[in-house]
Design a protein around this ligand. Structure first.
Ligand code: NDP
Length: 392
């Protein structure tokens, strides 16, 4: 039904390209563009359906506008880095093209994890008559849609949400991050934060934890983190009393992280090195394994879901909605590990719903503002089936 431009040829970009190519009835023409065209060409070679490739610096709006005007897509899927969200949104505004991403905008020199900058584009997107869909990966993304689906079909009011993200897999490297190391390490080393009774409460990084028995994985220790979907869910799920986000980490991972922090390698400010300015975390990224290379040796599963508590017809009710995804199966299907897969598949589904007009509107939207039903249906057929359990 139309042309799509995918920006970013990393772990997630590879999955989005594979999955879009498996739906030629919707994505008739696909272009994958990134900072290094050879990374796009490598992904294109893995796929039978013809994929166009291009080089673009997504920090540069003028270059983006030129590429968009040349390829003329209906939609741009941004799976580059959060630093590029605003330049890509600017290019979409200038060319009148719809936009989708999986992570909130981040300034380079400060970890913020907030939607403010992108929500500020609402009026401009409305006036231009185009749509921006924010955070359409798994978390944010599917987790928000699980909440919207639960509210629509299972509750009159939702009071408590715990989002729980477990990677029970093993890639065989002493230390690696499952998605872009700069963003991943920023996220984990920031102060913890959750929302309760109308106020945000802060905690020391990784200081709050509890055990949970994850279906198909087993008992794991999960730590409270701040995650960007909390910000939009607090606004969009009315009547909430508390929302928190939890992620599991193994002891070896935490020990490596602690050492890297202690020696200053996770800093995001510039330091002088032999008369040259470098950001230690950028340098660390350059020497860590590329997330898109982890799939070949990955075994085990991920389990990401939401424990939701609320009221239906005057009675208290609790449900658990989750997806389990197997690293090795993802690799067989699209040459990627499950963290890239669970992000790339929802991005493709969001794009498909926008292309088909099932999700439409002018302005800037978080995914829970749209009808969750067609998205939940597509998850089942496109590789991320989910389970809903009543919990006593
Ligand atoms: P990668 O680092 O593997 O890939 C990012 C890609 O973007 C790379 O190919 C990189 O190029 C390219 N890129 C970076 N800067 C530019 C630029 N200026 N112009 C053009 N291309 C550029 O990251 P991932 O694939 O792991 O993650 C992609 C996105 O997905 C991130 O924003 C991440 O935060 C988000 N994410 C969201 C999740 C969710 O559930 N919502 C979960 C996981 C990730 P090069 O190869 O040359 O470095």
């Amino acid at each position: 039904m139309g042309k799509v431009l995918i920006i970013g040829a990393g772990g997630v970009g590879g999955v989005v390209t594979h999955k879009c190519a498996s739906h030629p009835e919707v994505f008739t023409d696909i272009c994958l563009a990134s900072r290094r065209v050879e990374k796009c060409d490598k992904i294109a070679k893995e796929i039978k359906y013809p994929i166009k490739t291009a080089r673009v610096d997504a920090d540069n709006t003028k270059e983006l506008v030129e590429l968009i005007n040349k390829f003329k897509p209906e939609l741009v899927i941004n799976v580059a880095l959060p630093y590029q969200d605003l330049t890509i949104m600017d290019a979409c505004l200038e060319t009148g093209v719809n936009y989708l991403d999986t992570a909130n905008y981040e300034p380079r020199n400060e970890a913020k994890f907030c939607y403010k900058w992108q929500w500020d584009y609402k009026e401009r997107f409305e006036k231009r008559g185009i749509m921006a869909l924010l955070g359409c990966g798994f978390d944010p993304g599917v987790t928000n849609i699980f909440c919207a689906y639960a509210l629509k079909h299972y509750f009159d009011k939702i009071h408590f949400i715990d989002i729980m993200d477990c990677n029970g897999g093993s890639h065989g490297h002493p230390f690696a991050t499952n998605f872009n190391p700069e963003i991943n390490i920023r996220e984990i080393t920031q102060r913890g934060k959750y929302w309760e009774k109308g106020v945000w409460k802060e905690t020391e990084p990784l200081s709050l934890y509890k055990n949970f028995d994850f279906p198909k994985i087993g008992k794991r220790k999960m730590y409270l983190l701040y995650h960007e979907e909390l910000e939009s869910l607090v606004q969009n799920i009315h009547g909430l009393k508390r929302i928190r986000f939890w992620m599991t980490f193994g002891e070896a991972y935490l020990t490596h992280l602690r050492v890297l922090q202690n020696v200053g390698m996770t800093r995001i400010d510039e330091v002088d090195y032999n008369g040259q300015k470098i950001v230690p975390l950028n340098f660390l990224k350059a020497v860590l394994p590329d997330p898109s290379s982890l799939g070949a040796t990955y075994s085990g599963k991920t389990n990401i879901g939401c424990m939701i508590n609320g009221v239906k017809k005057g009675k208290n009710k609790k449900i658990y909605i989750y997806n389990v995804c197997d690293h090795a199966e993802c690799f067989k299907e699209v040459n990627a590990q499950a963290v890239s897969y669970t992000t790339g598949v929802p991005a493709m589904i969001g794009a498909m719903l926008m292309m088909k007009g099932d999700w439409k509107g002018a302005g800037v939207f978080n995914v829970e503002e749209l009808n969750p039903d067609p998205f939940m249906e597509r998850l089942k057929v496109d590789g991320l089936p989910w389970v809903i359990k009543n919990v006593k």
